[in-house]
Design a binder for this molecule. Structure first.
Ligand SMILES: [Zn+2]
Length: 425
């Protein structure tokens, strides 16, 4: 439902044209919306709004020239008015998105609250996501392009950092190569952190991209990464194939990997790239879980240093993120039950649970529960715990320093949650 057939907005801009680019990553606007903007030099630009995404809008001027304008350059009230005109007001996700956009603009908090309230009124399951957006406001806004030195606090330089090529351009060239090699045509959605390629429809691409952005917000909050900081080298690439055969062909051709049971994979390169591949499963809910899980691994890979996080903890973080982003209770309750049943059958935690190596399906619920136990003692402690591991400290030592726990203590604490208070491994 659009209330306005034609809207004229006069908006003052702090910074004007970002780029003249193809319509990549923009949602089309089908209603005619006229926009007048006044730039810093007092110049008025008039045009038609033809597309938008959570970062920017496209304005086609009277000469037919397209211009990209960042929402961040507008006053909050103008953003609110224009966004409502272009979005689908019956879609709670769009209200949530507006809340997030306003939340990132100085002085936009009150209007953001209105939008978030609307989102939750339409869909009560969005409460958690709306809360997260509100909570993140307190965090200092970090500039997007940090100086090389300060960036190291959050992410790491790849070993080929001396290569002058723009990493995003390289990501795009790689995707073009994939499309050509597999004989596919991709729709692409680009966000601040992701390049999402799919041979599904563009509409579906937007749905999935939205989840990825939520995932990024959530896991960066968990790891204490300030708002706006991109930990990826370039952007994380996500390929969602319509068919399993296409996914398998990609894995075989580019990673020399034969797919069997896998539905999604996150390739974490030593040179810093993160490339996620998956295919459209019948079970949409499950697909969302696996995509967010894999994407969370990608962020952990890029966080602070290339040091690997021990598998039980890495899996726990990925499960925690997916469960929080999706607000699905049932699948995670079930995973915990599967783990608890497995432990009850054998009377102990797997002896090699905390070691590196394969991680069987029955272990995911335990790893999630253990991460929850640690997080109950406060997020700042958890951030320090992970940072120390990323600095190269053995995880057992960091667990001792930060939580005053041994792996056996953690096992017992976990045992208490499944009715086995003396649980051993
Ligand atoms: Zn995993």
């Amino acid at each position: 439902m659009r209330l306005l057939k034609q809207l004229i907005i006069l908006a003052a801009l702090c910074g004007l044209t970002l780029s003249v680019a193809a319509d990549e990553g923009l949602r089309p606007v089908d209603q005619p919306i006229q926009l007048q903007v006044v730039d810093r030099d007092g110049q008025t630009r008039t045009g038609r709004v033809t597309g938008y995404n959570p970062r920017e809008i496209e304005l086609v001027d009277e000469q037919g020239q397209p211009h990209r304008l960042a929402w961040a350059g507008f006053q909050p009230a103008n953003v609110d008015q224009l966004y409502r005109a272009v979005m689908d007001q019956d879609d709670p996700q769009h209200w949530l998105e507006l809340g997030r956009v306003l939340s990132g603009i100085t002085g936009g908090d009150t209007l953001s609250d209105h939008a978030l309230k609307e989102a939750v009124t339409l869909d009560a399951t969005l409460t958690g996501q709306a809360d997260l957006i509100r909570r993140q406001r307190g965090r200092a806004d970090a500039p997007r392009n940090l100086a090389a030195g300060s960036q190291n606090a959050w992410t790491w330089e790849a070993i080929d950092a001396a290569d002058p090529a723009d990493p995003v351009a390289r990501d795009k060239a790689f995707a073009a190569h994939v499309a050509q090699a597999l004989g596919l045509t991709f729709n692409v959605v680009e966000t601040d952190y992701f390049l999402f390629y799919t041979n599904l429809s563009k509409r579906e691409a937007y749905e999935w991209q939205r989840l990825l952005d939520l995932m990024y917000d959530r896991v960066s909050y968990l790891l204490g990464i300030p708002k706006g900081v991109n930990v990826f080298k370039g952007k994380a690439l996500v390929f969602m194939f319509a068919e399993k055969g296409q996914f398998a062909a990609f894995e075989r051709r580019f990673y020399e990997h034969e797919v069997t049971f896998e539905a999604a994979l996150c390739h974490q390169h030593d040179t810093g790239e993160v490339r996620i591949a998956l295919y459209k499963l019948e079970d949409d809910k499950y697909l969302k879980q696996v995509m967010i899980h894999e994407a969370a691994h990608g962020v952990v890979h890029r966080f602070h240093s290339p040091q690997r996080v021990v598998v039980w903890l890495n899996e726990g973080i990925a499960e925690w993120t997916a469960s929080r982003v999706l607000n699905y209770t049932q699948p995670y309750k079930w995973k915990k039950k599967v783990s608890a049943d497995h432990i009850r059958r054998q009377g102990r935690l797997d002896a090699d649970f905390f070691q590196e190596g394969g991680f069987s399906a029955e272990r995911y619920g335990s790893s999630l529960a253990m991460v929850e136990i640690l997080l109950r003692r406060g997020r700042p402690k958890f951030v320090q715990f992970i940072r120390e591991i990323k600095d190269g400290k053995p995880w057992q030592e960091s667990l001792r320093d930060k939580y005053d726990l041994s792996p056996d203590d953690l096992t017992r604490l976990y045992g208490q949650t499944i009715g086995m208070p003396n649980l051993k491994r």
